[in-house]
Design a protein around this ligand. Structure first.
Ligand code: GTP
Ligand code: MG
Length: 243
């Protein structure tokens, strides 16, 4: 079974060689390039990735275009900045393939100094707590390494094309009563320059976009009862310890 991996990319020439050379067999990288001005697109193609040029700026626009270009049943999304090791993709893809989860989220388990700025960590915690309170989904991290079934993902009514996209995916999935499951994935210091939470402008944009998504939650939704899972399956997020 082949699995497409969507990698939103904005000037990640320094990170792409490591990322793309570590793609496990059976995983096909799709680099959704948002007008990089460095050699990202050429490097991605040289390393065998399918490159999708995305004229509309924004993290969500890139992810969405990558999903539209994908064709596999199950798709993964991950950052292209070498903060995740593609070798860990089966941690999120396998439970979806096994039918144990509808949306798998990689909860970031920090490895090394500087992987995750404090303000981003706190903001993320506040958001996760808000999600628990508002829609009853006990997420502990809105991690960007994910897996789900492609057609189901594209059928979610998602409208954010910027930095609210990761949050909106969880909100709409919860409203659709998906089984959302979290598992720990190692999170490393990124390669190259930060664009989102490592910068003031990126953080401000992210907070603004995420607040808009939170405001779009209309009705409280209770979390679905966890399906009985085999012993090898990851525990539902509520039952897992936070890293
Ligand atoms: N296509 C696209 N990709 C983006 C955009 N901004 C960031 N990215 C990519 O999305 C991923 C996440 O962006 P990062 O800059 O790593 O943001 P972050 O993970 O919140 O913060 P840092 O890792 O501290 O930089 C990376 O692969 C970026 O290249 C954008 O506007 N368009
Ligand atoms: Mg990053």
């Amino acid at each position: 079974m082949e699995i497409d991996v969507v990698l939103p990319c904005l000037n990640e020439a320094g990170a792409l060689p490591w990322v793309l050379s570590r793609m496990p067999s059976g995983y096909r990288p799709i680099v959704a390039d948002n007008g990089s001005t460095d050699d990202s697109a050429a490097i991605a193609a040289a390393y065998g990735a399918y490159v999708v040029p995305v004229p509309q700026r924004g993290f969500g626009a890139a992810c969405h275009a990558g999903l539209l270009a994908a064709s596999s049943d199950i798709v993964c999304i991950m950052d292209a900045d070498a903060s995740f090791d593609p070798g860990d993709l089966p941690l999120v893809a396998d439970p979806v393939a096994a039918g144990d989860a509808d949306l798998m989220l990689g909860r970031r388990s920090v490895q090394g100094k500087g992987a995750w700025p404090l303000h981003a960590r706190i903001g993320n915690r506040v958001l996760a707590a808000e999600l628990r309170r508002r829609i009853g989904v006990p997420v502990s991290d809105l991690g960007p390494m994910r897996a789900a079934r492609r057609e189901a993902l594209l059928a979610l009514p998602m409208s954010d094309r910027r930095f609210g996209y990761p949050l909106e995916m969880v909100v709409r999935a919860a409203e659709a009563r998906w089984r959302i499951v979290e598992t720990a994935v190692p999170y490393y210091p990124r390669t190259g320059k930060s664009k989102v939470t490592g910068t003031v402008g990126g953080t401000v944009r992210t907070v603004r976009d995420m607040r808009r998504v939170l405001a779009s939650i209309t009705a409280p939704t209770s979390a679905p009862a966890p399906a009985p899972a085999p012993a090898s399956a990851p525990a539902p997020i509520a039952a897992q310890a936070s890293s």
